[in-house]
Design a protein around this ligand. Structure first.
Ligand code: NI
Length: 228
């Protein structure tokens, strides 16, 4: 499932993030964290994980996603791999087709995380740069994604994806992974659909015996499929 989540960050948070990610931030070669397959494809910059800015930015992004009910419903997160930050500009301006590692080690939390879901939170105004689309290949074909600043896309960690060259301006984003309580993308999708339609039904008709029963079905499926 590929899903666009709007307004994950407030304007204030966006301004804070941008000021911490300016030219004086500790940008390093993005290849420092790439696996073997991705290494030859990766040409961007990444914020040094042990910098002070990275620490406060991680907190800011985690707080923002944790308060978003749509993120919770779609991702059913068990662990969120500490958010990282990258920049595409100048000569370091693309990331060719690659797959993300299936299990990743977080330096910040010393935890292993299975990458069920990949997340990209856009921080730059899309009008301020040219190119830089996130291209995700899935069973429905190629999705080209370039979102307003503060918006986020989540997509299956299993997909081949790339970032197109940025030919003007700079594209700054946060990216991270989620290990879900529900490992299967298909099961997660069913739960999300059920949850969204229950919300819509309640809005239209209020609480009815049917919505109560279907909410029970939702939780019983979650109980069958979730690992906590
Ligand atoms: Ni990737």
């Amino acid at each position: 499932m590929l899903l666009h989540l709007k307004n994950i960050l407030t304007d204030d948070e966006l301004n804070t993030a941008r000021s911490l990610l300016g030219d004086r931030a500790a940008w390093i070669d993005g290849r420092s964290s790439a696996g073997v397959q991705a290494l030859g494809q990766k040409n961007n910059q990444q914020l040094a994980q042990d910098s002070e800015a990275a620490q406060s930015l991680r907190g800011l992004v985690l707080a923002a996603v944790n308060r978003d009910p749509l993120f919770f419903s779609a991702a059913l997160p068990r662990k969120v791999f500490n958010p990282l930050f990258n920049r595409y500009s100048g000569d370091s301006n693309f990331y060719g087709a690659h797959v993300d590692g299936a299990v990743l080690h977080s330096r910040a939390t010393q935890q292993w995380v299975r990458s069920d879901i990949s997340c990209t939170l856009f921080l730059s105004d899309p009008a301020s740069y040219e190119g830089g689309e996130l291209v995700v290949q899935d069973t429905f074909g190629e999705q080209r994604i370039k979102l307003p600043a503060g918006d986020m896309v989540i997509y299956p960690g299993s997909s081949v994806h790339r970032v197109e060259p940025v030919n003007r301006g700079e594209r700054i984003a946060s990216f991270f992974w989620v290990e879900s309580m529900v490992r299967s993308d298909e099961q997660r999708r069913l739960l999300f659909d059920l949850d969204m339609n229950l919300l819509a039904l309640r809005k239209r008709h209020g609480e009815t015996p049917e919505t109560t029963a279907l909410t029970g079905t939702y939780h019983n499926l979650l109980r069958l499929w979730a690992d906590t």
